[in-house]
Design a protein. Structure first.
Length: 189
């Protein structure tokens, strides 16, 4: 059962990876603009002062323009890999360097307390309509998300949204998922 479960997750990862590489640059830009326009209209974003974002990789929904647009109005934080965990530091465009997994990460020693964060914008390989997320498989975000009570919003392309994806008890769900065509608010029990 565990092997089938892992194979299913890896098949979703392969499918999404193959779809991400064929998106034309102009469509990537349009999708990012639409997703972040939707995000800007949420109460969670409007009310949050301290927001954890991610600094996108080329195959992810681009966050760079959004960070530039809002960095003077909101306090953004970015993750940095530290061993098997993520720590978060304030975002300053001039304080980024290539870190783990070839991701630009913040430099410095001013690590923030996760309890200070009000909103986390979470990348993923895939999401489902119940707010479950499938990451790249290392568990960094799941470990981090357990340390914060912040609202968690997953963002991605429409093709990253599935009716259902496999999940495990340690997976941390989203409060909302936003794609360029869909906004799903997850009802918690």
């Amino acid at each position: 059962m565990k092997r089938e479960f892992l194979e299913e997750k890896n098949e979703i990862r392969r499918k999404i990876r193959s779809l991400r590489v064929i998106i034309p640059e102009n469509e990537k830009k349009v999708a990012a603009n639409e997703v972040f326009s939707r995000l800007e209209k949420t109460a969670a974003f409007m009310l949050a002062e301290r927001i954890m974002m991610y600094h996108s990789l080329p195959d992810e929904l681009n966050t760079h323009d959004f960070l530039s647009k809002w960095s003077g109005k909101k306090r953004f934080y970015l993750p940095r890999v530290n061993g098997v965990d993520l720590e978060i530091l304030p975002y300053h465009e001039s304080r980024l360097e290539l870190g783990s997994f070839h991701i630009e990460e913040p430099t410095g020693s001013d690590v923030a307390d996760p309890s200070e964060i009000e909103l986390v914008i979470v990348p993923a390989v895939a999401y489902d309509r119940k707010g479950r997320r499938l990451g790249r498989g290392k568990g960094f975000y799941d470990r981090f998300l357990k340390t914060t009570k912040a609202t968690k919003i997953g963002v991605g392309y429409e093709f990253q949204l599935f009716d259902e994806i496999p999940s495990e008890p340690h997976d941390v769900g989203m409060d909302m998922v936003i794609t360029q065509k869909t906004t799903i608010v997850i009802k918690k029990n």
